[in-house]
Ligand binder design. Structure first.
Ligand code: CP
Length: 322
């Protein structure tokens, strides 16, 4: 098994194609039953969260246990963090007890909604940290998504036309999935179109990184504001909501409401896509917001496969850094 080159798994930037494919290969082997190796035997891990989670929380807990380890969940409210203890002190202390920590936590008072909280934890904990979603990336989700594509299409998944698009949501507003998807696609040599309304562009930092990566990987990456045109000949349509990086929250909400119907994935988009085209979403979603119920519940929808693969890919990630 290949160990990753980093102590932490905070985002996908910085990993080589071989490292990412190593995680996918290990996840596939584990899914096929090869978890007899108790990679986490004797390891005691924790999860530090301050927001809701179904897939991430349960799949990490089950995954750690199935590899012979132990995983406990700590919501901020049960720790002294909720009474003002600093991230630095919390991370330093947790690092004395645990062998690894899975984090979906923002300290709004000290650091705001951003990666700074995660970086502070990684700096002081002294143990491997896994990003379970922050304002920049959702690397575990995207590795599960790529594993799902590889299962559906074999190695040809790199040649498929993948539309990564924006969708309305009242609640889900992180560009974590699109940023990590763009990064993985650029490293692995995939073929994607990023399609979003004007004003909802992805971070320049991620777009520039992808441009650099594609020079060696052979990835094809393009950007558009026209969903119907981009859907033509698509093999996959992946929708994920995220907020504008420049508008204030109130303005952003108003603009998103106005865009809602024009950007909801429906049969109209699959009518111009390739006949066997698949629908993807990281979940959770609300039928009638990012996607119609007809598409979400159609056999072309592989959302439950993506959710299942969270388990297998995260086992591989834990085994690769611990
Ligand atoms: N996709 C995802 O991260 O789901 P949860 O928020 O339920 O963990």
């Amino acid at each position: 098994m290949n160990k990753l080159s980093t102590k932490d798994f905070l985002g996908l930037k910085g990993y080589t194609k071989n490292e990412l494919e190593g995680i996918l290969d290990l996840a596939t082997a584990m899914k096929q039953g090869d978890d007899r190796n108790e990679y986490l035997k004797g390891k005691f891990m924790g999860m530090l969260f301050n927001s809701a989670s179904t897939r991430t929380r349960v799949s990490f807990q089950v995954g750690a246990k199935s590899l012979g380890g132990h995983m406990e969940y700590y919501h901020k409210d049960v720790l002294q963090l909720s009474r003002g203890e600093t991230i630095r002190d919390t991370a330093t202390v947790l690092g004395k007890y645990l062998d690894g920590l899975v984090v979906r936590y923002y300290d709004m008072q000290q650091y705001g909604f951003g990666r700074a909280s995660l970086n502070e934890i990684a700096k002081h904990a002294g143990i491997p940290i896994i990003n379970a979603l922050d304002d920049k990336e959702h690397p575990c989700q995207v590795m599960a998504d790529i594993l799902t594509l590889r299962e559906k299409f074999g190695e040809d998944y790199k040649k498929k036309n993948i539309v990564l698009t924006w969708g309305y949501s009242r609640y889900q507003k992180s560009p974590g999935v699109p940023h990590s998807f763009l990064t993985a696609a650029a490293a692995l040599g995939m073929n994607i179109k990023v399609v979003n309304p004007k004003g909802f562009d992805l971070d320049e930092e991620f777009r520039c990184h992808a441009e650099e990566m594609k020079k060696t990987s052979g990835a094809s990456i393009s950007y558009s504001n026209d969903l119907t045109e981009a859907s033509a000949d698509a093999d996959v349509i992946y929708v994920k909501s995220y907020k504008s990086l420049t508008m204030s929250s109130e303005e952003d909400l108003k603009v998103r409401e106005e865009l809602r119907n024009d950007w909801m994935i429906s049969d109209q988009h699959f009518a111009v896509a390739r006949p066997e085209a698949l629908f993807m979403n990281c979940m959770p979603f609300i039928r009638g917001e990012q996607v119609t119920a007809a598409v979400a519940d159609h056999p072309r929808s592989i959302v439950y496969d993506e959710a299942e693969n969270r388990l297998h890919v995260q086992k591989a990630i834990m085994a690769s850094i611990l």
